[in-house]
Design a protein around this ligand. Structure first.
Ligand code: URP
Ligand code: ZN
Ligand code: ZN
Length: 471
């Protein structure tokens, strides 16, 4: 069925204007004033913004980690994402050393294909580089459409790769047209500090933050940026938390290095004192890198506004407080790292960013959708409202006030890290390729309707079949 979204205010990364949007076969085919067409469903968006669906470039759904598996899978995770105004996610596919990359990718397809309600892609973790890995990478890019590789500089003896691996990955990525992503913390130094803290009897959740100081995030960011410059490659630093890392990214950009930075809602809104909460409640806020001293929040907002940071990922990596986080009672290093953020990512950025005047409305769209679509080979199919783009659309009420709570969220996890936070603005209806997934705040989507997206190479636009695109 064709649809016209009428009377809304369209907002893209560059423009804000009133117009109607015609959707045919899941694609935007016309944008204009007073559009009419026979046999077309009219969706009234009076008083609402019409945003491109959010693109969340950083999720961990049904991922084994910290001795357990993340609570939200591709069903609950993508439903929650849709309620939150996100219509595309890119999830991290973990690999195992010595095993073919294609096996890991198959595992991730098996987790997602019958469950996802919105479109999705994968980043591929690189834990080692050898002849077998190098032989597989061209196919990963050309056949699987996975055009971003993730290297962990932390989580020693678990996910961490060494510097040689990072450097080799950067070189291969340059040659093949992929973007390298790093978790930038110095895992070796952390390992030492953790052992020391435990030996001294310091076992509470706050020691998670105290054993991962911001200096070692800055150091790892600078190291990764230096390697990127040497390899003449491209780098995306995930979950930036602090002034030390922001300044290294800014410095590298000033030196002409192709480097991009992401932060997350939790670092913009919460601070290190949350880890001091009593009755082990601090464990709810244990993720890596850790929450920082509050003053860093202003640094992150300013960096988003001035273009030193570019995107916002959720780093959705949810674990129940009861039964999962409590694996670390008596030993903070055993608390599974991660938190539930997929649902509140867009709304928090709107409420705290736009309504509080920290970023403009168009910057909000850029940061939550367009920029990630561009960096990760989805644009202009995703990340904008334009003729030829997928009709991934959020109809957003900018006036509504609400309180975030575990009682009303759609994630499977038993707490919300932003519990009790009052925010303004909410997605009312969300469409994925022209079909409602959320309609008037009710889920109407279908499990498995989300499509796996093979992404374009780094720096290339996504073009498909014979569509005409206007961007
Ligand atoms: O604590 C976190 N962030 N868990 C997810 C894995 C990662 O480092 O992104
Ligand atoms: Zn990470
Ligand atoms: Zn992550």
């Amino acid at each position: 069925m064709k649809k016209i979204i009428k009377n809304g205010t369209i907002v893209t990364a560059s423009d804000t204007y009133q117009a109607d949007v015609l959707i045919e076969n899941g694609v935007i085919t016309q944008i204009g004033k007073n559009l009419t067409l026979n046999d077309t469903e009219v969706v009234d968006a009076t008083g609402h913004y019409v945003f491109p669906g959010g693109v969340d470039p950083h999720t961990h759904l049904e991922m084994p980690f910290g001795g357990t598996v993340t609570k939200d899978d591709f069903e609950t995770g993508t439903i929650a994402a849709a309620f939150g105004g996100t219509t595309t996610i890119i999830d991290f596919c973990l690999t195992n050393k010595g095993e073919p990359l294609k096996d890991a990718i198959e595992t991730w397809h098996a987790k997602s294909s019958e469950k996802a309600v919105i479109d999705y892609g994968f980043h591929l973790m690189i834990g080692e580089v050898n002849d077998a890995v190098l032989a597989e990478l061209p196919s990963v890019i050309d056949n699987e459409g996975i055009t971003s590789f993730k290297v962990f500089m932390a989580y020693k003896n678990v996910l961490q790769a060494d510097d040689e691996t990072l450097f080799q990955t950067l070189i291969a990525a340059k040659e093949l047209g992929a973007l390298v992503m790093v978790h930038a913390e110095n895992g070796d130094v952390i390992d030492h500090l953790v052992k020391k803290a435990l030996k001294e009897g310091n076992t509470d959740p706050i020691y998670h933050a105290l054993t991962r100081p911001p200096e070692i995030e800055g150091e790892a960011t600078e190291r990764a940026a230096t390697f990127t410059g040497l390899a003449n490659s491209q780098l995306y630093v995930v979950h930036v938390t602090c002034a030390e890392a922001v300044s290294k990214i800014a410095e590298a950009r000033d030196n002409g290095i192709d480097i991009w930075g992401e932060t997350c809602p939790q670092y913009l809104m919460l601070d290190q004192t949350y880890l001091e909460r009593e009755n082990f409640e601090g464990a709810k806020y244990v993720w890596s890198p850790p929450l920082r001293e509050k003053w860093n929040q202003d640094v992150l907002w300013t960096a988003l506004k001035t273009g030193q940071l570019h995107t916002i990922g959720s780093d959705q990596c949810s674990f129940d407080f009861v039964g999962q986080k409590d694996l670390g009672k008596g030993d903070f290093s055993k608390i599974p790292n991660g938190g539930p953020m997929i649902e509140d990512r867009v709304s928090i950025l709107f409420s705290e960013g736009v309504t509080k005047g920290r970023i403009s409305l168009n910057q909000f769209v850029d940061i939550t959708s367009t920029r990630a679509a561009k960096l990760f080979g989805l644009y202009p199919r995703k990340g904008t409202i334009a003729v030829g783009a997928d009709a991934d659309i959020v109809i957003f009420d900018p006036m509504i006030e609400r309180t975030i709570s575990v009682d009303t969220h759609h994630m499977a996890v038993d707490y919300n890290a932003f519990e009790g936070m009052k925010i303004t603005g909410e997605p009312v209806s969300v469409l994925s390729r022209g079909e409602f997934v959320v309609r008037d705040k009710r889920f109407v989507g279908k499990l498995g309707a989300g499509q796996y997206i093979k992404r374009a190479k780094y720096g290339e636009n996504y073009r498909t079949d014979n569509r005409t695109y206007t961007i």
